[in-house]
Ligand binder design. Structure first.
Ligand code: SF4
Length: 519
């Protein structure tokens, strides 16, 4: 058996079930079986095969035995065309019971799908040049980019081509479809760290360097960031990369992860654990074995952190064109709303929409002449481009509605708490709040000013109830600092009141314009 040779070649890797399964059958091969399973129904899928569907972007939603799937669609850099939005809205409407979620990695998620529907969904996606390959599983995930790439006053250079080159290199590439664990990349030249560099396994970040009497633009590289239950901040390597070498360097780093990353225990398999053990110097030494000599670091172009928020109407770098950054509360839309935005983008812009890792969206390329008319569109009463300070900065993971790992309900709860805070309390600064349903941190609790993490606890009547831990002070400014847990836990029913007290205390004692982070 092929995997027996693998084990003998890799004696340090324990025989764990997931690793054996991945060697017996490459994750991407699941695409070849979908038609068969669709024809024969959910019951025909062996239980051991369920997890393989992740490589096709499919997870079984809660409860697994009911046979409904969640599907994540890859959107490199978060940029979608008009045709793609119409196709996505159609899928959510026809198959996904009207649920359309923007994720914290600029991707889209559907729910309630049956295996019988999947072939048609994949065909519809393919017709508009989209894929679900690599959306989930131990593979290179959706690549985060600057949501303003190509139109951004605050970018060092346009990163779209580089990002697409890297995406194309890894797409359906079986050399990299059996990584030790999920693997997250970002590529951005936005000077405000719009891609959340420090929480990615590998990030390319804007920098300049004097080379042969010329100022070159390119990237600095960070490795080993990641959230989950053991959040770690990425470490910078002493490297400067010209844009044309990005694919080569991304491939080499991913090869190191594939070949040296830990595979013994799933919870210790992310790249961050290897980087933590090796340190950036040893990691760089290994990288240079693959790439040959590379220039050392130049000057970082990063100044501060915008957390992926682009609200308001702003001029683009192209004279006479504007973009509009819009709030989508906790990232959830209906198919009708997706179509409304698509038509708006077509009528006023070039049909394109940009999804943000803050679960919001941007309408780009609006001409000066159309701006006043656009501002009068009624959609902005529901989805404002100048949102209030709580709902505008609230992020939530999927939670117990659909997620098998969730301990509590999140999305609706986060939305209703934030909207109520906005109704009951005026504040002169936004407060970034993130809610997650378990320690896995998909909603990026660790970088929030106020992080809310769901748990279960016994209440006074000894009944098991939903509750939350509260964390404060997360940021990715200046290299980043994850938030810290406050003592105790709060019953979900009391969460709104406790948050209100906390924020009231902040409001009454803060200096003008002082943020919750600086408090
Ligand atoms: Fe599910 Fe936990 Fe991720 Fe939320 S953080 S989507 S509950 S795994």
């Amino acid at each position: 058996m092929v995997y027996e040779k693998f084990w003998s070649d890799n004696p340090l890797i324990a025989k764990n079930k997931t690793e054996i399964r991945k060697l017996e059958k490459d994750g991407l091969k699941i695409f070849e079986d979908i038609a068969h399973y669709a024809a024969n129904g959910f019951e025909s899928i062996p239980k051991e095969e369920w997890d393989m569907f992740k490589w096709a972007g499919l997870y079984l939603q809660r409860p697994k035995e009911a046979g409904y799937w969640m599907m994540r669609v890859v959107i490199p850099g978060g940029i979608v065309t008009y045709d793609q939005q119409i196709a996505l809205a159609g899928i959510a409407e026809d198959y996904g019971r009207g649920v359309y979620d923007i994720t914290t990695r600029q991707a889209i998620q559907f729910h309630w799908l049956t295996i019988e529907q999947v072939p048609d969904i994949l065909n519809r996606l393919e017709r508009v040049g989209m894929t679900t390959a690599g959306a989930c599983g131990d593979i290179t995930r959706n690549i985060i980019g600057n949501a303003l790439a190509g139109i951004d006053h605050d970018e060092l250079f346009d990163t779209r081509d580089v990002l697409y080159d890297v995406f194309e290199y890894f797409r359906l590439n079986e050399d990299y479809s059996n990584l030790p664990r999920k693997y997250k990349m970002s590529i951005s030249a936005n000077i405000h760290n719009a891609s959340n560099a420090e929480i990615n396994c590998l990030s390319f970040n804007p920098a300049t360097k004097e080379m042969e009497g010329k100022t070159e633009v390119g990237f600095h590289v960070k490795v080993g960031g990641g959230l989950s239950s053991v959040p770690m901040l990425a470490e910078e390597l002493d490297l400067f990369i010209l844009p044309e070498r990005t694919v080569e360097v991304a491939a080499a780093i991913t090869t190191i992860f594939r070949d040296f990353g830990y595979r013994e225990k799933r919870h210790r398999s992310r790249l961050k654990f290897l980087v933590a053990d090796w340190g950036p110097e040893q990691f760089l030494e290994k990288l240079l074995e693959y790439t040959g000599p590379l220039p050392k670091k130049g000057e970082s172009a990063v100044k501060g952190w915008n957390a992926g928020y682009f609200y308001g109407i702003h001029q683009q770098k192209q004279k006479g064109l504007h973009y509009v950054g819009v709030n989508i509360p906790v990232g959830r839309l209906t198919p009708a709303e997706v179509i409304e935005f698509a038509e708006l983008a077509k009528n006023y812009g070039n049909g394109e929409i940009r999804y943000c890792n803050s679960q919001n969206l941007i309408i780009p390329n609006v001409s000066e002449e159309k701006l006043e008319e656009l501002k009068r569109e009624s959609i902005f009463e529901r989805f404002p481009y100048q949102p209030k300070n709580f709902i505008g900065y609230s992020v939530s993971c999927t939670g117990i509605e659909y997620c098998n790992l969730a301990l509590v309900e999140t999305k609706n709860r986060m939305r209703s708490i934030s909207e109520r805070l906005d109704r009951e309390m005026a504040l002169d600064v936004p407060v970034r709040m993130h809610m997650v349903g378990c320690p896995n941190n998909c909603g990026q609790r660790a970088i929030a000013e106020i992080g809310l993490q769901g748990i279960k606890m016994k209440n006074q009547d000894k009944k098991m109830v939903e509750a939350f831990e509260i964390y404060v002070g997360g940021t990715l400014q200046e290299g980043g600092k994850y938030n810290e847990k406050l003592k105790g836990k709060v019953e979900a029913e009391q969460l709104y009141h406790v948050l209100k007290e906390l924020i009231l205390f902040f409001k009454q004692t803060k200096l003008p314009a002082e943020t919750f982070l600086d408090f």
